[in-house]
Design a protein around this ligand. Structure first.
Ligand SMILES: [Ca+2]
Ligand SMILES: [Ca+2]
Ligand SMILES: [Ca+2]
Length: 338
């Protein structure tokens, strides 16, 4: 008869207990590691009341001027009071905040006169219903002149990062959003207005998706102190709404590019750029897209787009040509029938 060994009950329970403890520890370690790997520290940014400008140390009445957490502190002081609410976007993105790894949510409307550089796995967004205006110009602020010679949002991230920009307004810079090197960026529900050189500039090997956004009046900025664009003395360089340069690639979908001094969209990169349901209106006196259907495999291809030059002559042609065609075939059919 086969000798069957029996395991004492207490020994069995001990083994089970050790196994469960080990499993719990292992799971905990894994969870901790997962949490660390996707750290994504979320922080909030208060809005501001423009007077005094963002960055001012002056205390405000509780609950006013975008004092979201109601501690009567705004601006730089809010950046440094030790909580997870910040007074500036750069404060929120600093080592005290997400440190280029996390979600920055602007929770009350305001103007943010700051050059913002994103380099990690960062989401920069305004909460629904909030207008976050990243603007070179803040009336009465001494830095407004110098800021107008700089880009607003710079994205310069390695290829293993992803940057998301949602529900943001960027105005009055050289380039509204300037995307460089191997950055991968998604832009949505944003408005890019009155930037003099490029609304959105995509360079190098960057990969960019733009959707549900308006890029408006690139190359047009009226400013008595720094000069009016365009004018004899100040010419936009080049005043393009969206430009894909170098070896960049991307897609623009469900968006509108209008009122640009130069072309609406330029696809002079080596790689494809798809425009899907994009409305191009009143750009560069009719030159809506540069380098469409380029032979080298790069350039823009327009899918279900609506290109409107904005010139009266072109608009008349759009109406008259179908009308003449219908009349011609109508008369011809009538003759054949009779
Ligand atoms: Ca506060
Ligand atoms: Ca606070
Ligand atoms: Ca704070």
């Amino acid at each position: 008869m086969k000798n069957i060994k029996t395991v004492p009950k207490i020994k069995f329970l001990n083994s089970t207990l050790f196994f469960l403890i080990g499993l719990a520890l292992f799971t905990g370690i894994v969870l901790v590691n997962v949490t660390d790997a996707f750290a994504n520290h979320p922080v909030l940014v208060e809005g501001n009341c423009n007077v005094p400008p963002t960055g001012s140390n002056s205390a405000q009445a509780i609950g006013t001027c975008g004092d979201y957490d109601g501690d009567s502190i705004i601006g730089d002081d809010e950046d440094n009071d030790g909580d997870r609410v910040f007074g500036t976007i750069n404060g929120a993105n600093s080592g005290l905040g997400v440190n280029n790894n996390g979600r920055i949510t602007i929770v009350t409307s305001g103007t943010f006169p700051e050059v913002v550089t994103l380099a990690g796995n960062v989401v920069l967004e305004a909460a629904p219903g909030v207008t976050a205006n990243i603007d070179a110009v803040l009336q009465g602020d001494a830095g407004s002149g110098a800021r107008q010679g700089a880009p607003g949002i710079i994205v310069d991230a390695p290829a293993n990062r992803r940057v998301i920009i949602k529900n943001i307004v960027t105005r009055n810079w050289t380039n509204g959003i300037d995307i460089r090197n191997a950055s991968h960026v998604t832009i949505s529900n944003s408005r890019i207005e009155n930037n003099i050189n490029f609304g959105i500039l995509v360079s190098d090997n960057a990969v960019v998706s733009i959707k549900d956004s308006h890029i408006t009046a690139t190359g047009y900025r009226l400013n008595p102190a720094t000069g009016d664009f365009p004018s004899d003395d100040f010419i936009p360089n080049p005043g393009i709404g969206i430009s894909f340069d170098g070896s960049s690639s991307g897609v623009v979908a469900n968006s509108k590019v209008s009122g640009s001094f130069g072309p609406g969209v330029s696809g002079n990169s080596d790689n494809p750029v798809d425009l899907i349901n994009v409305t191009l209106f009143d750009n560069n006196n009719g030159e809506a897209v540069v380098d469409a259907d380029d032979d080298d495999g790069g350039g823009c291809s327009l899918v279900n787009g609506n290109v409107n030059s904005g010139s009266a002559f072109a608009n008349i042609l759009v109406l008259i040509v179908p009308l003449i065609t219908v009349l011609f075939f109508g008369i011809r059919r009538k003759k054949l029938v009779s």
